[in-house]
Write a protein that binds this ligand. Sequence first.
Ligand code: ATP
Length: 355
Amino acid sequence: MIAPELLRTPAQGKSSDFYTIATLGSHSALQILKGAHDEGFHTLAIANRETERLYRSFAFVDEVIGIDNYGEFMDLVPELESRKIIIVPHGSFVAYLSLDDHKKMSIPYFGNKAVLDHEASRELQRQWLTRAGLTVPRQFRTAAEIDRPVIVKLYGAQGGKGYLFVRNANDFEQRAGQLARQNYILQEYIIGVPAYIHYFYSPLTGKLEIMSMDRRYETNVDSLGRIPATAQQNMEIEPSYVVVGNSPLVLRESMLAEAYRMGEDVVRVSQEICGPKGLFGAFCIETIITSEAKFFVMEISARIVAGTNPFIDGSPYSYLNYSEPMSTGRRIAREIKNALLSNNLHAVLDDSGIV
Ligand code: ATP
């Protein structure tokens, strides 16, 4: 049994006495740190010069370390390793650190880094999703194969930046010049409603939870319906898919069982391909739902996504499970706390972390 003093107590004490949950000041850091605070952890934001004042302004952030830029994070590792710190990664964490640095970092880390390789490679990710029985959009190897509208996805693009909508093979040939010397994939364009489903899988209980859902608000594609199609004909508008925000979504209940099954299947296959621990903690399956109510899966994110941010106070789904405000950030902290209390911390940390 872990000594209660390892969690923050009302009496407070030196921060070195407590387990600290730390993350980079960006993306979903506020949610993660608020959740950690509410579960009794000391909290640390590693922020840059532009953001450190923001993070200091929140009372639940106990400590802020400012660095000139996130590239300097690796220099902090020895100091962080010497403390009782657990890193909770988020999307920007992965983006700012290289995959190699991410793996090298030996601070105790919530999640399984082995999943990163399967997530980072579009090909391995596609194999993972297909093996789990999920439907993925068709992919075309060459322009000649294109027989329907496609979306051209640049490698390494983030938040849908630089994606192109192409009507047919001819349209692609005419615009191929724009793509010279860039790596991309040609993916079937699915017409439907995007729905991003946020899950949490507990390695302690073996149970999967649907935490919340969002839809992204993307410019300019989400505003095209506001202009009559006839008027658009002469305007030569190109759709773009740049994310500007997220709004909450609740799925028709008859579709919920399928959403749950997709999450279970993805976790099950991850345990076959990424070592026994597989994918655990927070993850998101990014889907488009067609007029036949079929889920096409665009992508999986193997950690907390920014689409959980509208639910800092919990979602309708997390309320069903907890009857108290339970964000994904807080759910992560709850899992770490439960692991500490049952003397099983290693179950929720990457195996390369120091336990
Ligand atoms: P992130 O890494 O932040 O999740 P990303 O750069 O990987 O973003 P995607 O999530 O793959 O981008 O796609 C961005 C947007 O492009 C989607 O939200 C959706 O609107 C559109 N999109 C992606 N794939 C398809 C598809 N196959 N059919 C129709 N629209 C798509």
